[in-house]
Design a protein around this ligand. Sequence first.
Ligand SMILES: *Cc1c(COP(=O)(O)O)cnc(C)c1O
Length: 218
Amino acid sequence: MIADNIQRIETKINDRAKLIAVTKTKPVPLLQEAYDAGCRRFGENKVQEMVEKQPLLPADVEWHLIGHLQTNKVKYIAPFVALIQSVDSLKLLQEINKQALKHERVIDCLLQIHIAQEETKFGLSADEVESLLNDAQLDALANVRIIGLMGLATNTDDEGQVRQEFRGLKALYDRLATIRRPNVVFSELSMGMSGDFDIAVEEGSTMVRVGSAIFGAR
Ligand SMILES: *Cc1c(COP(=O)(O)O)cnc(C)c1O
C-alpha cells in the first residue's frame, strides 16, 4: 500500500520535484517499507525522533529536518542531517555552522518563509529573508550553505489562495536567487504537502514534503 502510494505520487510529480517522505510519528517498519519502495529522502519535524530513527535505517537515507529547530538541539543532528529546511534566524545559522565545523561538514539549509494566512506558522517575512541574505555576517559561515527556501501554504480548500501563496513564494525565490554570496547558492524551493503538492509542482516547487498521502493519517 505504501509502495502504491509512492508510485502514484511519483507519477504525478513526473520528475519535476524530489519527493521527501514525511515520516513523523510513523514507526520504523513503515519507513523501511518506504525505503524498500525506493524512497531515500525522509523528513522529520522533531530532532529527538530523527535521532532515534536514523541509526535504524540504511545509511544512504537523506534526513531532512522540516520542523522548528532550537539552537541547543542542532548538535544532535549535525553529524548526519542532509538538509535543514526550517532555518529562520542568523543565530540558528551560526549554531549550525559551529556544529557542522566540529564534524568537518558543510550543512545545507533552506530558509523557511512565512507565506500562509495563519498566525501560528513559523518563518521569515520577505523583508526579513532579504536582510538575512544580505547580512555581512553570513560570509563567516563557511560550514553552512543556503540552497533555497521552504514554505507552507494556508491549510484551506481554496485552491486559488494556495496557488497564489506558492506563486508568491516562487517570485520571492526567483528574486533572491540573483544574490551572489559564497555560501548562498539557490537550487531548491521546498513547497507542497499531501493536500497541495500537485499545485506546488505546477508553481515551481523542486521538493515536495508528503506524509499522510504515503503513510495514512497521523
Ligand atoms: C507534517 C508536515 C508535512 C507533511 O504533511 P502531510 O499533510 O502529512 O503531507 C510537510 N511539511 C511540514 C513542515 C510538516 O510538518
